[in-house]
Design a protein around this ligand. Structure first.
Ligand SMILES: [Zn+2]
Length: 402
């Protein structure tokens, strides 16, 4: 029986095993997807138990059951392995890190936050975003011969299914819904909104979901275009992709957007080719962080999965050894620093080659890898490390954005 409680309640749930700070962070972040009645879960500093904060009138036992099962699943995830550092850079700028950058950029009139994970920007913010994108794109073209492209923001559910996304991050998917092709349903919707104050959404039975989604990972739309191809040694592609991840209540300014831009690089070919391309892309990242004068580190990382991931987990956890994250420190409101994941460098083995029948000359499925740079996070990192005073910025950047 569910007992409804009249006011917010917290409950402490012991964890099946002690978790490290990294896993604790994932547990807290993903906890917004556990129950609509759960505000969030906070892991205690000792990592041995968690505190679940419930909303008003939550059915306590039901939420306790879900939260317990969620925590059991999450604590089974592999964690606590040693991170391997591939590159590290220390900036020249010796000024202090700037907290609350979002608010300052908004005040300067360069950023508008719509409040639901989408932002508009102009002025130096736009110029910087474009420079980050262009600089990376130029280096990829120059060093890797990357071919320029454009890919749509909408992606078919079948493609996401083939890419294993529903196995790994089902909670982050956005499906598009359309009004029924029905004269009465369309007219009802039109009339209802003709005189309403706010938007009135159609009833669920007047809406259909047909499997078009907003693309949640920049590289996915590239693979269907290579279907059935037999490549020579290998090829590189690079483009600016628009990416959407449903974050529920986790959205937060420039740091965690629902809709953002990614400068993507994909390499396809023999194992040797993808490994060499990864090496080159690491050098390019090194050049980028120096160009923008950023403290940064590139190291091995885990991919945070949705709790119950099983089939895809196997692939992704194997891939873990070859997933590197580009971490750039930013200042938090209280002045402390935190590492912001501003991109990743990944090797996928022959996962996509096999699924999309992309072949090497010997008939074996091709290997692939990708590098994604979250443009808005790079913008946040640059402003966080150099502030709004142009004098602190490296000359090559300053001249082009202010
Ligand atoms: Zn990718």
């Amino acid at each position: 029986m569910n007992i409804l409680n009249p006011s917010p309640v917290e409950m402490v749930i012991p964890l099946p095993k002690t978790v490290d700070a990294m896993l604790a962070g994932d547990i807290e972040k993903e906890s917004v997807f556990v129950s609509p009645y759960l505000e969030r879960i906070v892991v205690e500093p000792d990592g041995a138990s968690a505190r679940a904060i419930l909303k008003n009138n939550a059915p306590i036992e039901e939420v306790r059951d879900k939260a317990t099962r969620y925590l059991e699943t999450m604590t089974k995830q592999v964690g606590g392995y040693e991170a391997k550092v591939f590159l590290e850079n220390e900036r020249q700028d010796d000024g202090a890190y700037e907290p609350d950058v979002d608010a300052q950029l908004a005040e300067a009139g360069w950023l508008h936050d719509y409040g639901k994970g989408q932002i508009a920007y102009s002025g130096p913010v736009l110029k910087l975003a474009r420079l980050i994108d262009a600089k990376a794109g130029d280096l990829y073209a120059d060093r890797l011969g990357a071919i320029d492209g454009h890919f749509p923001a909408l992606v078919d559910a079948d493609t996401l299914h083939q890419c294993g996304y529903f196995d790994s991050h089902p909670n982050a998917v956005t499906f598009l819904a359309n009004l029924l092709e029905d004269f009465d349903a369309i007219e009802e919707f039109r009339v209802a909104n003709a005189c309403s104050e706010g938007a009135l959404l159609p009833p669920q039975d007047h809406v259909h979901v047909d499997g078009m989604c907003l693309n949640p990972a920049a590289c996915f739309p590239c693979y269907p275009t290579l279907k059935g191809r037999q490549l020579q040694e290998g090829e590189c592609y690079s483009w600016l992709g628009r990416v959407f991840r449903y974050e529920s209540r986790n959205i937060s300014g420039l740091e965690r957007l629902y809709e953002f831009n990614v400068r993507e690089l994909v390499y396809v070919g023999s194992e040797l080719f993808t490994q060499a391309s990864r090496e080159t892309s690491l050098q390019i990242i090194d050049e980028l962080v120096r160009f923008f004068d950023l403290d940064a580190v590139v190291q091995t990382a885990t991919d945070p999965f949705f709790a119950t991931v099983s089939a895809a987990k196997k692939f992704w956890q194997q891939a873990q050894e070859v997933k590197n994250e580009i971490l750039i420190p930013v200042a938090q409101t209280d002045g402390t620093r935190k590492l912001l994941a501003c991109g990743s460098i990944n090797l996928h083995g022959n996962f996509f080659g096999e699924r999309f029948k992309i072949m090497c000359p010997d008939g074996e499925p091709a290997n692939t890898g990708c590098v994604g740079l979250g443009v808005e996070r790079w913008v946040l990192a640059c402003f966080s490390q150099h502030g709004l005073d142009p004098d602190r910025w490296p000359v090559g950047v300053r001249e082009r954005i202010f």
